[in-house]
Write a new protein. Structure first.
Length: 580
């Protein structure tokens, strides 16, 4: 038996842990933001202040250059290139990213499509120019980039725009009198590449016989078109010059006569049709792997895609909520534990009818659970002042689950229930379902505030349960009477107060729901439910008051026990009503 319990606990724990591997879309937003921050602040990645946003076996492709495999290489190209460029004092053909704005963004975990407008700084001419970069990015379970496909939008146009603006400055730096920008760019490229080669590509890594040989080669070859950054030309070698100092053995060939495996002739059709990524960028397909798909017919694979991309609304028939099922089990265990403790430590409990025993158990459960719910509500109360947070929304949904679950449990656990209490429970559950559903369809945040206020009606009646429990357990009549009087007045005032608050809040913050004909249903239901609930609550407060009076009468005439006279009208009313 203990072994079985342990196994069950471990299973639940495992479930909850594995759930944490599933990511919410907002987590991808954060990951994209860190990537963009790193891109505009590359030295922090290179010097290790910021952890790399790239996975170990990342594969990346940039349309104007080529494909890069592995974390080290990609870090060098995405970050190192810009760090080195920024450290140069002469004019660079590639600017330093300084800031960005996000222009478009779609998240469908684990793939994100994002378009960033980056400002590229050219300090020697004291200017910045915008460059739009479109990216498809797939993330792994640790939110590291595992595949990315980048398109430098309008790169050719950018470069054509840039060249006449930087060549006068380049001419000054080169002591040249030329005004021919083709010549100036070619000379600049040759000077910069050869300086790197002469400094870093030495001994086994040497690729040119001498600096002169390098200059001669570099001024002979064409610079190339802006989109030919992965081809056999001066532009490609210029891009690769910044990485040479990181790993000369890898990068020297790229700036050498052969171009290594980077600056080479490429076939357009092959480049276009190639799919170099290990992890697909098709979001709907990304969560299935080839092994899972083995032996599944094509048609059923399509069905799996439909399942994978289903959005679960409050009313979608989906997998049941694990937390809800676990909560129901917990309620059962709690009830059994309270029964056990009562049986062990309370004399009066043994003499009660089963109906009253069960009622007493539910009072105890209600005191603790509504107390917990009330705490969550108080913590999340800033939503009433438009201070919405993810945590507050989660806590309010949890409160709704705690209360509606408790009510459903009570409906099944109690031996009998009178109609006012039943009406109260049904109305409350319906109000919760209604608000959560409308919230999930309309996403109107003020509905959270309405839920917060409404739930207070169910979570501020602990005094009633305490009074009823004292009554049931034969506590001192004087104290019981006082608690019951207090409970009747307190719950009446609170319920009336929160009902008024709710209606005021609805009038002020939920105008959409009483002015737009499409959304009017919520308002009608809200008002009807509030009135119905109010009715049962006034009745309930009255019953508690009646009970207090009864205890009072007993104190003046102790010959009749208040508990035994449970056939009297007020007790009957109260017995099933205490809840309201
Ligand atoms: C790393 O780079 C960041 C950003 O440029 C800088 O603020 C920080 O001082 C650097 N840290 C070290 C240890 O160089
Ligand atoms: C340009 O001329 C200046 C001063 O005459 C000199 O210091 C500099 O090295 C020259 N630059 C080049 C690239 O020749
Ligand atoms: C600039 O120089 C290139 C190469 O030397 C030459 O082909 C081109 O005609 C020149 N352009 C102008 C406008 O003189
Ligand atoms: C990922 O893809 C690259 C190039 O497409 C390949 O070289 C590498 O071996 C692949 N890695 C894995 C783990 O499949
Ligand atoms: C989707 O993934 C499966 C398994 O990895 C693969 O066999 C299939 O070709 C993929 N479909 C597409 C359109 O990429």
């Amino acid at each position: 038996m203990p072994l079985c319990t342990l196994t069950a606990l471990l299973t639940v724990f495992q479930l909850l842990v594995s759930v944490s591997a599933f990511r919410q879309p907002y987590e991808y937003l954060t990951a994209i933001q860190s990537f963009a921050d790193a891109f505009t602040n590359p030295s922090s990645v290179i010097n290790g202040t910021m952890t790399s946003p790239l996975a170990e076996d990342v594969v990346g492709r940039i349309d104007v250059t080529t494909t890069f495999v592995g974390q080290e290489l990609n870090t060098e190209y995405l970050f190192g290139l810009f760090v080195e460029g920024a450290s140069e004092t002469s004019t660079q053909l590639i600017g330093s990213p300084s800031s960005y704005t996000t222009q478009s963004l779609v998240v469908e975990p684990p793939v994100v499509a994002v378009s960033l407008v980056n400002q590229l700084r050219y300090p020697t001419i004291d200017s910045s120019f915008p460059l739009q970069i479109d990216l498809f990015i797939a993330f792994d379970d640790d939110l590291k980039i595992i595949s990315y496909d980048a398109i430098l939008r309008r790169w050719s146009e950018f470069f054509t725009y840039l060249v006449p603006l930087i060549t006068p400055q380049i001419a000054i730096e080169l002591n040249s009198t030329s005004t021919n920008s083709t010549e100036l760019i070619s000379m600049k490229t040759a000077m910069d590449v050869c300086a790197m080669s002469t400094e870093y590509c030495t001994d086994a890594n040497q690729v040119y016989d001498s600096n002169d040989a390098c200059m001669e080669f570099m001024t002979q070859i064409p610079f190339g078109n802006p989109w030919e950054g992965g081809m056999d030309n001066g532009w490609c070698r210029y891009i690769h010059k910044n990485m040479v100092k990181y790993r000369p053995e890898v990068h020297c060939p790229h700036i050498g006569p052969t171009g290594g495996d980077m600056c080479i002739a490429r076939d357009y059709v092959q480049v276009t049709e190639d799919m170099p990524f290990n992890i697909t960028l098709l979001s709907y397909n990304a969560s299935y792997n080839a092994l899972d798909m083995k032996n599944i017919p094509d048609h059923n694979q399509d069905e799996l895609v439909a399942i994978e991309t289903e959005i679960v609304y409050m009313t979608t028939v989906a997998f049941y909520s694990v937390s809800c099922v676990i909560y129901m089990l917990l309620l059962y265990v709690l009830a059994k534990a309270v029964e056990f403790l009562f049986g062990r430590y309370s004399l009066s409990y043994g003499t009660m009818s089963i109906t009253n025993q069960r009622n007493s158990v539910t009072y105890v459960m209600a005191i603790f659970l509504t107390g917990g719910a009330l705490t969550l509500q108080l913590i999340s109360s800033p939503v009433l002042n438009n201070r919405y947070t993810f945590a507050a929304s989660g806590m309010l949904k949890l409160t709704a689950l705690v209360i509606s679950g408790l009510y459903i449990f009570e409906l099944t656990y109690r031996i009998s229930m009178r109609w006012p209490l039943m009406t109260h429970h049904f109305c409350t559950i319906f109000a919760i379902v209604l608000l959560l559903s409308v919230l999930s369809y309309t996403r109107h945040p003020a509905l959270m505030g309405a839920g917060e206020i409404w739930l207070f009606q169910a979570t501020t009646e602990q005094s009633v349960f305490v009074g009823l429990l004292m009554y049931r357990l034969d506590c001192s009549p004087k104290r019981t009477r006082n608690v019951l009087y207090f409970a009747a007045v307190q719950s009446f005032i609170f319920k009336l107060g929160f009902a008024a608050y709710l209606l005021g809040f609805w009038a002020k913050h939920l105008a959409q729901f009483h002015s737009s004909p499409n959304d009017i249903a919520l308002s009608v239901l809200l008002v009807v439910l509030t009135v119905l609930l109010m009715g049962t609550q006034v009745y309930g407060a009255g019953a508690v008051w009646g009970l207090a009076k009864k205890v009072d009468r007993f104190m003046k005439n102790p010959s009749i026990s208040p508990v035994e006279s449970s056939k009297s009208h007020s007790t009957l009313v109260f017995e099933e009503l205490h809840k309201v």
